[in-house]
Write a protein of this length. Structure first.
Length: 163
């Protein structure tokens, strides 16, 4: 696994690349990191990092991110991958409820499991679990914290109901 830092106006994200693509993306923790880490990356990882950085910055500004690198979702179960793929169909500025996602994957009784799959999402922002809301348009939860979820949604022009 190759690790790379991505500097943004919101802090430093950490991207993890396997041999098949972007496998994980971590939100910033604490202060900003200013060191560059592009040396020592393979040509392929460097290209994927460039794609990730450009797309992430676009997404963080509320715009369509364009092209992402290939994703490695092999760490998830079959059900989780099914949910994550459904989440990728939710466009910027749109939201769905956990129940609507469960319906979209033909598992209407799996609302809680959809929520758990969202929480296990290894590549937030890319797989936009922040666009999934609780019943009644309420904010619900988010693995990186509700402040991040609200920030991402507002940048996309979505203002959810307060919990």
């Amino acid at each position: 696994m190759t690790t790379a830092l991505i500097q943004t106006a919101d802090g430093t994200f950490t991207a993890y690349f396997s041999g098949t693509g972007l496998a994980r993306l971590d939100f910033p923790i604490g202060g900003r990191v200013s060191r560059s880490n592009r040396t020592g990356l393979s040509a392929q990882a460097g290209a994927w990092l460039s794609l990730t950085e450009r797309a992430l910055k676009q997404a963080l500004s509320g715009k369509s991110p364009g092209k992402w690198p290939p994703l490695d979702l092999s760490a998830g179960t079959e059900f989780q991958r099914c949910v994550w793929n459904a989440l990728r169909e939710i466009r910027s500025g749109q939201t769905k409820s956990y129940a609507q996602v469960a319906q979209a994957i033909d598992r209407p009784g799996a609302v809680r499991a959809v929520g758990q799959a969202c929480g296990a999402n290894p590549i937030p922002v890319v797989i936009p679990c922040h666009r999934v809301l609780a019943a009644g348009g309420k904010l619900g939860g988010f693995s990186a914290g509700l402040d991040w979820k609200l920030k991402l949604l507002r940048r996309e022009g979505v203002v959810p109901e307060s919990d």
